[in-house]
Design a protein around this ligand. Structure first.
Ligand SMILES: *Cc1c(COP(=O)(O)O)cnc(C)c1O
Length: 424
């Protein structure tokens, strides 16, 4: 696959744009996204799934909800998997057709259900019978019929990090798969609901197909059983979860083609419309966090490279112990071993420990790679650091697609209650 961050004339570019240009014009830290990288992934997955019967690829908006990113993916024909009223709103604003939207999530509120029923959607993926009962009431009060699927928990260990594994019996997600017949029977009794199928999503950053295959086999068996009980099963939502290669020395994760072939084999004869919810796979590789070295501080075992990006900009290393590639934008050919950290007052604000990397010094630009997914969107303002801007590149064009937050916004959005104002 094409490298959309090529080294040209000794400088890393995003497509045809030299990264120092973006750093100069926008400042650092800044997220940079390659349009071509996202398009390549969307097309690769679309091609891999095309032998299936009319698949719906509903991009998991939570991975990167930026309006320009969503608009890019909507133009590629992708739908949206949303987990909140806010994501529903974003998907619609980006031009995703209502009938391509799947509403997932374990805690949908009545207000969020109403928003999606009003605007329309493909289906709600329900995660419990009480949720079905709430949706039934909301749908009835609006005079609508809500298309629903049950998310089942297949009790399969995803083999991924505990905080992003969702398909084991002790996880909060879905109903135990053995409870599906009773849950579907209950849906049949509830007015305002129309059962469409089953859904499953066992976790994220999966680097092996076998837990997925085991989960899908259980779903297939349950679809057959539900049909014998008279249910009309039209869709099977097989979730997302396909992992990326963050660390070049780690084993290569399965390709979309291998995934598509597995799905085709396992779902043969199911006679359903398959739905997919990829997030990370589509956008993860497309982004980098462009940052400048503030200074290099001597350490007990190795130096600390202190970046102007921190855990509030990119939380994955501190949250999931995630490994991200870190490279100089203008590598000088020398290497160092360093701890790479941010300025936030937490020991967890560490991007890499004892990392063999390009030699960098104060003022040098570096990139933290594979920062297109679960990155900008998890940003916070911890330590009163403004939210990081985002730039979208398309060939030699580029644009700021989220402005750098103004620190004055902190003061503007907060207020001093009367009793304190009086005292001063
Ligand atoms: C997060 C999530 C996804 C996307 O997962 P990726 O690993 O990014 O593909 C899909 N479906 C559901 C229900 C999710 O919660």
């Amino acid at each position: 696959m094409t490298d959309h961050y090529p080294l040209r004339d000794g400088i890393v570019h995003c497509e045809d744009v030299p990264l120092p240009l973006i750093a100069r014009e926008v400042g650092t830290p800044v997220f940079v996204y390659s349009t071509a990288a996202m398009q390549d992934r969307a097309r690769e997955l679309t091609a891999a799934l095309s032998p299936l019967d009319n698949p719906l690829i509903a991009y998991a908006v939570k991975a990167n909800p930026n309006a320009a990113v969503l608009t890019t993916l909507a133009a590629e024909g992708l739908g949206a998997d949303v987990v909140s009223g806010g994501e529903y709103r974003r998907a619609r604003a980006a031009g995703v057709a209502a009938e391509k939207i799947v509403f997932s999530g374990v805690g949908k509120t009545a207000a969020e259900m109403a928003v999606a029923l009003e605007g329309g959607l493909c289906q709600f993926n329900l995660e419990s019978v009480p949720e079905a009962e709430m949706l039934s009431e909301v749908a009835q009060s609006m005079g609508r019929v809500a298309p629903v699927a049950f998310r089942v928990n297949p009790d399969v260990e995803a083999g991924s990090h505990a905080k992003i594994s969702t398909g084991a019996a002790h996880n909060k997600f879905g109903i135990p798969i053995g409870d599906a017949p009773a849950a579907c029977a209950r849906v049949r009794e509830l007015p305002g609901l129309k059962l469409r199928g089953l859904a499953v999503h066992i976790g994220s950053q999966l680097t092996s197909l076998s837990p997925l295959e085991r989960a899908f086999e259980k779903v297939g068996a349950m679809i057959a059983r539900l049909r014998t009980e008279g249910h009309d099963i039209a869709t099977a939502d097989l979730g997302g979860g396909l992992g990326l290669q963050y660390d070049p020395s780690a084993p290569t994760p399965p390709t979309p083609a291998a995934y598509g072939a597995m799905v085709a084999r396992v779902t043969r004869g199911w006679n359903v419309r398959p739905i997919f919810e990829p997030g990370r796979l589509i956008v993860g590789d497309a982004g980098v966090l462009l940052t400048e070295v503030i200074r290099v501080k001597p350490g007990a075992t190795c130096p600390f490279v202190i970046l102007d990006a921190a855990m509030n900009d990119l939380m994955r290393p501190s949250l999931y112990d995630a490994w991200h590639g870190i490279d100089a934008v203008a590598p000088n050919g020398q290497q160092i071993v360093a701890d790479v950290v941010g300025p936030v007052c937490e020991t967890g604000d560490t991007f890499a420990v004892a990392r063999k990397m390009d030699q960098v010094g104060p003022g040098d630009l570096t990139i933290i790679r594979t920062a297109g997914a679960y990155a900008a969107t998890m940003g916070s303002t911890y330590n009163s650091r403004p939210l990081t801007p985002e730039v979208l590149v398309n060939g030699s064009d580029w644009a700021v697609v989220r402005e750098r937050q103004d620190v004055e916004a902190f003061l503007r959005d907060e207020s001093i209650p009367n009793w304190l104002a009086r005292a001063s």
